[in-house]
Design a binder for this molecule. Structure first.
Ligand code: ADP
Ligand code: MG
Length: 679
């Protein structure tokens, strides 16, 4: 019998070779193929040139005015250019390394080019020449493909899959919801994604599939919540209130009102028998670490263990140091566990964790994933990372643990996104900075002004201040990355000769080397620290008052704000200098916003507007789920509707026994063979 889960090899004419090529695209089953949706549609609603934004991807349609000229440069690189006319305007079109297109460009013929618009030069960097049938040009689905699999071949295969398996695409959304939202049925929706007769149909199909995708996600979140409730009713951490009060009195400063309030929120959660799932938001420098320390102290005084998870080793070490400073080491035993902990020490730590001699463990993400056994884990705190999501909680639960969980972040995740990523969690916000802070002054300069910045920096250093100089991570090449930082390091060393010490820190260094440099900087034995983004989060050196960020336009706003937050931690006025030559208007706008506000929330909201959530939070790291059709931000209204609908269904007692949800039950539980919760 045919099934949608059949291998693509079951399709007529698909042999092992095709199977291999399809696998590279992540397509293994017929269902994968049918739901391999286009990532966009080429739409040739010709725009007025004045309406096109700088760097926008568009299709221009016009008359070829000149023959294509090919020139070669560099090592096997080529450039092909020609002129075309649209609405009386002459536009230069350039293709890079595609000189084989030359034959397609004929003077006086109509042409349609898809590419990126440069508003200043009035030119188009071509990506593709659209051709063939008129209808195909006007509205054509575009897929991610590889060299071995062309668009047309893929479309032919999808068409074939429809002929042979289309019948099997079944509805699973409850009829009530289909009616309520006037959603297209599943089979036509899948079909219209690939073969839309016009734009309207493709939009209707997308709407249906976005809803379906979000709804399924929300149902699973609800299910997870249900499980969390069932597993854990009643791990109340009965800490000693007096001991906790004494502890807060020993702190070197008084807590801000905001810190007091969130500490109360957290302590109330821990004391109650409900499972804590709380997000603590506070701008950089607002003092989250001490709140974490209090929560950990409470856990320990209740006879449980605590874990503090951070994204980098440097940060782990810094937290270890702060905790040891705050706690009386005789009373609370804290240890550090990271990738570079030596085997012998590691064995010791693991055994002490298992029998309860250790109270608190600080470390990187591996903390909860490796063969770490706790005696009685009561609280997990994650700092500055969003990676600790649904899956990690599941890992802990599978170990028989269901500790209270506190996420701390300086990136104000909008409440709506927080719900999406983690389910319904509670949110506490530290909305005030400790008194006496002077706002950081931010300036944006172009690269030629860098020398002037160095001269200015000289004065700052003479005044006894310290500075960071940050070079961006260049994604394509870690080597280039290091080279960049090294060059600047050498340049500064030359400039400051015997006057000041300059240090270098980058991702390729050994942990021990990094530590040594960080320690030098902390102790002011080195005044300038040149670094790649390894220091991005959490580092606390109050005497550093200058943050210089090279190629600042390569960073997201949230990241820039994090970096900037490394200064302005003491009583002295601090400065942040962005050195950037942004290539687009949006890039320039982003630099400008940085100089205008110090409010992390405003920045992250702007960032969301200008880029997608994946880019802001780093799609891979964010823990925010990735959807194949929907976009959490743009389609937020649909997400919210799906959330309410899913919650309503889980409110119905034993909903899975009702006939109206038979298909839903099948969809949700059939594939999950591991799900023992549901009989
Ligand atoms: P973040 O929220 O960015 O993690 P930290 O916890 O690193 O901030 O705190 C930043 C600095 O502010 C630290 O040097 C910390 O000791 C100090 N700090 C925290 N709370 C207070 C307070 N209530 N009053 C004065 N200084 C504080
Ligand atoms: Mg911090």
């Amino acid at each position: 019998m045919k099934k949608l889960t059949d291998s693509v090899q079951c399709l007529s004419g698909v042999g092992p070779k095709r199977v291999e090529v399809l696998a590279k695209l992540g397509i293994e089953t017929v269902e994968d193929l049918l739901t391999y949706y286009p990532f966009r549609y080429d739409d040739i609603q010709t725009k007025e040139l004045t309406e096109i934004a700088d760097q926008e991807k568009v299709v221009l349609k016009g008359l070829v005015l000149s023959d294509a000229v090919v020139s070669h440069y560099g090592y096997r690189k080529s450039r092909l250019s020609f002129r075309m006319m649209q609405d009386h305007a002459v536009i230069n079109v350039t293709f890079f390394n595609q000189n084989f297109l030359k034959n397609k460009i004929n003077v006086s013929e109509e042409i349609a080019v898809y590419g990126k618009w440069d508003a200043k030069r009035k030119s188009l960097t071509g990506m593709k020449i659209l051709g063939g049938k008129e209808s195909e040009i006007d509205f054509a689905p575009i897929y991610h493909v590889t060299k071995q699999m062309r668009q047309t071949t893929l479309v032919d295969l999808i068409r074939l899959a429809f002929v042979e398996y289309g019948e099997l695409i079944a509805e699973w959304l409850p009829t009530k919801l289909l009616k309520q939202y006037n959603l297209m049925a599943r089979r036509p929706a899948v079909e219209m994604m690939h073969f839309p007769p016009d734009q309207r149909m493709s939009q209707l199909a997308r709407r249906r599939l976005i809803y379906e995708e979000f709804f399924e996600f929300q149902l699973k979140l609800q299910q997870l919540r249900q499980q969390e409730r069932d597993v854990n009713e009643g791990q109340a951490l009965l800490y000693d209130v007096n001991r906790l009060k004494n502890f807060t009195q020993t702190l070197p400063f008084e807590l801000t009102n905001a810190q007091k309030k969130v500490t109360n929120d957290i302590c109330r959660d821990m004391r109650s028998s409900n499972h804590m799932l709380r997000l603590l938001q506070g701008d950089v420098g607002s003092g989250k670490t001490v709140v974490a320390a209090i929560a950990l102290y409470a856990t320990v005084s209740a006879g449980h263990q605590g874990a503090l998870m951070v994204p980098t080793e440097i940060l782990a070490e810094q937290h270890l140091a702060s905790l040891n400073e705050l706690f009386d080491p005789l009373e609370v035993k804290v240890a550090l566990l990271t990738g570079s902990t030596k085997a012998k020490e590691r064995r010791q730590i693991l055994s002490e964790l298992a029998d309860g001699r250790l109270d608190i463990i600080v470390g990187t993400h591996a903390l909860i994933q490796e063969e770490v056994i706790f005696h009685q884990l009561g609280l997990v705190i994650t700092d500055e990372q969003h990676r600790f999501g649904v899956n990690q909680r599941k890992i802990l639960r599978e170990k028989g643990l269901n500790p209270d969980v506190l996420f701390m972040t300086a990136t104000p995740i909008p409440r709506t996104l927080a719900i999406t990523a983690y389910g319904e969690m509670d949110v506490s916000v530290i909305d005030e900075l400790p008194a006496g802070r002077i706002p950081i002054e931010t300036r944006w300069v172009r690269p030629p002004q860098f020398e002037a910045v160095i001269e200015w920096l000289n004065k700052e250093l003479q005044a006894g201040n310290q500075a960071y100089v940050i070079c961006p991570l260049i994604e394509e090449s870690e080597t280039l990355d290091v080279k960049n930082a090294t060059e600047i390091y050498e340049h500064l060393q030359e400039q400051y000769q015997e006057k000041f010490e300059v240090g270098l820190l980058h991702g390729k260094m050994k942990a021990s080397e990094k530590d040594a440099i960080m320690a030098e900087f902390k102790e002011n034995r080195c005044q300038v620290l040149v670094s790649t983004t390894v220091i991005e989060v959490g580092v606390n050196v109050p005497n550093a008052t200058v943050m210089i960020i090279m190629d600042a336009d390569r960073f997201g706003l949230a990241q820039l704000h994090q970096l900037r937050g490394r200064v302005g931690r003491g009583k002295k006025a601090s400065h942040c200098i962005l050195v950037a030559n942004p290539k687009s208007d949006v890039g320039a706008a982003r630099m400008k916003i940085m100089t205008e506000t110090n409010d992390g929330f405003v920045l992250s909201q702007k960032d969301l507007e200008m880029r997608g959530p994946g880019e802001v939070f780093g799609a891979k790291q964010s823990g925010l789920p990735e959807f194949s059709v929907g976009d959490i931000v743009a389609d937020f209204a649909i997400m919210e509707a799906a959330r309410q609908d899913a919650a309503a269904i889980w409110q119905v007692p034993d909903w899975w026994q009702l006939s109206e949800y038979a298909l839903l039950k099948q969809k949700l539980f059939n594939e999950e063979t591991t799900n023992t919760w549901f009989d």
